[in-house]
Design a binder for this molecule. Sequence first.
Ligand code: CA
Length: 224
Amino acid sequence: MRLLIIEDETALADALAEILKQNGYLADAVYNGLDGLAYIRTGVYDLILLDIMLPGMDGLSVLKTIRRERIFTPVILLSAKSELSDIVNGLDAGSDDYLPKPFSTTELLARIRAIARRGQQYSEDSLDFEDLSLSKNTMELRCGKNSIKLGLKEFQLMELFLRNSHQVLSKDLLLSKVWGLDAEADYNNLEVYISFLRQKLNNLGTKTCIRTNRGVGYSLEVNE
Ligand code: CA
């Protein structure tokens, strides 16, 4: 999962990004509302942590703008103000949750997990497709009695394939979701990781495979 933090207290924003990375998420931080809006519009984020009081454009305006543009990425609003009116305004403007500052890391992580689970068709801990099961806690990929531990990038790629089985995922989408917008990774890096994953799938003896769709991208399928 890739998260965007929009928060003008740079120390807090950077600390949040660090905590999220330590917990297996990808996270980018921006420090004003206009940058936040531009980043959200790239469409690569799965969840947004949005402060309300921001320079440039305030958080509620950012939220209203993206919802008007029919961008439905989940948003958790963060704010030092904890008055009822802010909470109501935030929820009315289309936020999914609201967390008054200061909050505990444990609570933030629990709320992120709750939103990530919502609407997803998988059980809390694992993502499944055919004979494959990926544990989100241990990053282990399992097939029958066999299991193998994935590296972080392999895990993130596999997560995307399992959530979008039978769908062709473009190389650009995979690169932006796993390596991020500013990263220097290119198609070669992606191809190397796809070959790692294929080797592991092979070792597990699964009937699934990552198929190359020439000129388009990759898809997770059942082997004929
Ligand atoms: Ca602020």
